[in-house]
Write a protein that binds this ligand. Sequence first.
Ligand code: HXC
Length: 258
Amino acid sequence: MAYETIIVEIEDEIALIRLNRPEALNALNSTLITELSEALTEADRNDKIRCIVLTGSEKAFAAGADIKEMSQKSFVDVYDEDLFGPQIDAIGRIRKPIIAAVSGYALGGGCELAMVCDFIIAAENAKFGQPEINLGVIAGIGGTQRLTRFVGKAKAMDMNLTGRFMEATEAERAGLVSRVVPTPKLIPEAMAAARKIAEKSQLTVKAVKESVNRAYETTLREGLLFERRSFHAMFATEDQKEGMAAFLEKREAQFRDR
Ligand code: HXC
């Protein structure tokens, strides 16, 4: 499908989705967020895709919601349309893994979009921030909630209250990103991680994603029970038999997603 604000490429069972509004540092306008949630839903449905990488340009993953588009809206407008809420929720419900490959600015809605992905690989030049306070608003799609769970109250308060940017090294130390790589290596590293995931049984990939996400949505006791039952359920799959047999026979497993 042809999109106006994103570019979708498919390579080795990986969908590489690039945000593409260079004139506005990939600011998220309604077209972009709608196209992105459609493209991700489509990738989720496509059997030929096993993992998704979401990226921007070298200068900006996304510099936030489009301020020009937002500036004249009233309370009734944003409440009524639930600005970006349905789309970000739809992205959060994608079952295939999404890796955010972040180079440059990931600010406001851009940082929030990266956080709704499953993990973030950051380029050395990445800068994360929730600068909404400078615009007289607060974060609206996860910047006070997901960020607090990922980096803790102190840094989440600091970032949301001062609007300061966090460099990649600090983001890695704080647990916001899984790894930092040299800027030119960002896409190759993210694609290599995606290919590793694509090799696994997609049943276990889905189970891991569901189970880790539970850790953010429920109590420890409930989460542990969910994990345990999911672990037990894996023994009903052919891929568990294959994975363990392959280990014992000292060969590579051939998973069939069954
Ligand atoms: C619209 C944006 C934009 C944005 C940048 N641009 N960010 N347009 N919305 N969020 C545009 C600029 O207007 C400019 O267009 C062009 O992109 C290049 O930006 P510059 O500012 O000239 O670049 P630079 O000096 O390098 O500064 C980069 C920057 C700065 C530090 C990232 O652009 C910036 O502070 N942007 C705003 C960041 C922000 O406040 N994000 C939070 C938004 S609120 P022209 O036409 O002038 O060349 C939000 C709420 C989410 O995200 C909740 C939703 C429900």
